[in-house]
Write a protein that binds this ligand. Structure first.
Ligand SMILES: Nc1ncnc2c1ncn2[C@@H]1O[C@H](COP(=O)(O)OP(=O)(O)OP(=O)(O)O)[C@@H](O)[C@H]1O
Length: 235
């Protein structure tokens, strides 16, 4: 039975049910249905343009399905209909999204970026300060650049900042779209290590990438090829 969200228990698992997803009249993915279990790491694969971003945007609430449902499952086993909720409501439900291309605000400093992430979640100042200090401990490179405008950071530092921002408030589900793009192999290794650490904390992790080799390094429970998820469009 589907119930309205009545508790503050975060969503830990996701299901997408018979969803058509696209842009206006154009359907990109048709009849998509799968589940992501609590604490699972799922790799979303597929070449350029098949719909990885489209799919993650739908899970994140950036883009609603034209048909079908997006369902969250809390740690208490409550089913929550997320279909018509946007990214902000999903963020409060525990689902955080790191979009492709990092989308940082170039003029905000590292410190301001992290502070605003906590303010957007109405986090108490002391808790935010503590969490931001933890970010600086985990990413010493960001600590040294806390008063630098985010637009001046390297691509790797921007990706770390984007991830740290998404982790504000301790989401239980993290959706990450093509985080390795354009990064040096050493930085890719650092990111993979960070994702492994997140997994160990029980975070449900969904990472999209074109490279199965890179995704395999996350040792995901499952990989989903977007081409296998969609019924033929136009059929
Ligand atoms: N805002 C948009 N409006 C219309 N069509 C779009 C829009 N964004 C993406 N598309 C189209 O939707 C399809 C899927 O694109 P999507 O970005 O989801 O693919 P992707 O697998 O994430 O590829 P990439 O690796 O390039 O990000 C493509 O045909 C693309 O042209």
């Amino acid at each position: 039975m589907l119930r309205r969200r009545s508790t503050n228990t975060p969503v830990r698992a996701l299901a997408i049910e018979d969803a058509d997803i696209g842009y206006g009249q154009m359907t990109v993915l048709r009849g998509v249905g799968f589940t992501i279990g609590a604490g699972e790491c799922v790799g979303v694969l597929g070449p350029n343009g098949v719909g990885k971003t489209t799919l993650l945007s739908c899970l994140a609430g950036v883009r609603g399905p034209g048909r079908g449902s997006v369902i969250g499952l809390t740690g208490d086993g409550e089913r929550v209909d997320l279909t018509r909720t946007g990214p902000e409501a999903r963020r409060f439900a525990g689902i955080s999204f790191v979009p492709e291309g990092r989308r940082i605000f170039p003029r905000l400093t590292v410190a301001e970026t992290l502070r605003f992430a906590h303010e957007a979640l109405h986090r108490p100042r002391a808790a935010a300060d503590e969490a931001i200090e933890e970010v600086y401990t985990r990413f010493p490179g960001l600590a040294g650049r806390r008063h630098v405008a985010a637009g001046m950071l390297s691509g790797g530092e921007q990706q770390m900042l984007s991830l740290a921002r998404a982790m504000a408030g301790g989401p239980s589900v993290l959706l990450v779209d093509e985080p390795f793009m354009g990064l040096a192999p050493k930085v890719v290794d650092e990111l993979i290590e960070y994702f492994r650490e997140l997994r160990a904390t029980g975070v449900t992790l969904v990472v999209a990438d074109e490279s199965a080799t890179t995704i395999d390094q996350l040792t995901p429970e499952r990989t989903l090829d977007v081409r296998d998820l969609s019924a033929p469009v136009g059929a």
